[in-house]
Design a protein around this ligand. Structure first.
Ligand code: JFQ
Length: 292
């Protein structure tokens, strides 16, 4: 029988849709926060979908998880305390665990069902939860960050879904204020920053907020992720003002990860050249978005 296709339309990308051929549906339910779907695709392996938006596929998740973790962690000298906001699939945890300097990895994910579903269907990602340095908090990161001691983290990674639904508040100023307070001087934030082809207004709004909130450096980087809208995803890397010794250097990685520690799973996307290249921006973006 002709296999089914799922079309991914969304008001976040009007006038276009991405589709994937479906072999079979593996899971479909509603959590307290969102609809969760897992299916076996014909060409991208298993796929996780939240509220009708592709979150990850087995084939291309490496690009997003590796870049969102290593762009910040290779920009500061020996990160120790790291916080992940979102990231309930465990992929970012898997990547952070490659850094031998890291002593504690906290994660605040709002939806327990996402964690349970990923442990069942995406062991290649949820393996991240097995690292003994990981401490899981299930709850709203907006509240979680309010009670975090000042200056606790060297790095915070916001691995969020789109700002429609549970992740709405994660692009608003009050949230960025709590992030800046939770970072040590010279600490670094890396958050998901949508598509340069589709969302330059949203990117500009986030950069304006970050420019007011983070007194260190602000950089925009991007990577190719074929199953995300327009095939690319951006990252905002912001640092708090810090003493010169902690100079954050996003563009030229100071931590060479490739040879660092033997990890059961090889890197598939990240390397130092890709790290540097990620910060090269097309002319239209430099024109449309005022990067400080
Ligand atoms: N943790 C998996 C990735 C979550 N981030 C994605 C960014 C792009 C969005 N359109 C979908 C979620």
């Amino acid at each position: 029988a002709a296999s089914k296709r799922i079309y991914f339309n969304n008001p976040m990308w009007p006038g276009e849709a991405h589709s994937l051929k479906v072999e079979n549906i593996l899971f479909k339910d509603k959590s307290k926060y969102q609809e969760i779907l897992v299916f076996e695709s014909s060409t991208y392996g298993k796929v996780l979908v939240l509220d009708g938006i592709v979150q990850l596929t087995e084939k291309d998740e490496c690009a997003y998880q590796e870049m969102i973790a290593h762009l910040p962690l290779c920009s500061i000298p020996s990160p120790k305390n790291v916080l992940v906001v979102g990231g309930g699939d465990g992929g970012v945890l898997r990547e952070i665990s490659r850094h031998s300097s890291v002593e504690q990895i906290e994660i605040c994910e709002i939806d327990q069902m996402v964690i349970d579903v990923c442990k069942k269907f995406f062991p290649e990602l949820s393996v991240g939860f097995d690292d003994p340095r990981v401490q899981l908090h299930v709850g709203d990161a907006v509240e979680f960050l309010r009670q975090v001691p000042e200056g606790k983290y060297d790095a915070i990674i916001v691995d969020s879904s789109d700002p429609v639904g549970p992740a709405q508040e994660l692009v608003e100023k009050p949230f960025f204020d709590t992030i800046a307070r939770a970072l040590r001087p010279g600490g670094v934030l890396c958050n998901m920053a949508e598509s340069m082809w589709l969302h330059t207004h949203l990117i500009q709004d986030m950069i304006t907020i970050c420019h007011e909130t983070f007194k260190g450096s602000i950089h925009y980087a991007w990577a190719s992720v074929p199953t995300y809208p327009s095939g690319v995803i951006g990252f905002l890397i912001c640092s708090t003002a810090g003493p010169p010794v902690d100079f954050v250097n996003p563009i030229n990685p100071i931590e060479k990860l490739e040879g660092a520690i033997k990890h059961k799973r090889e890197l598939r996307f990240y390397n130092s050249e890709m790290h540097k290249a990620a910060f090269a921006l097309p002319t239209f973006l430099k024109r449309e978005v005022r990067l400080p």
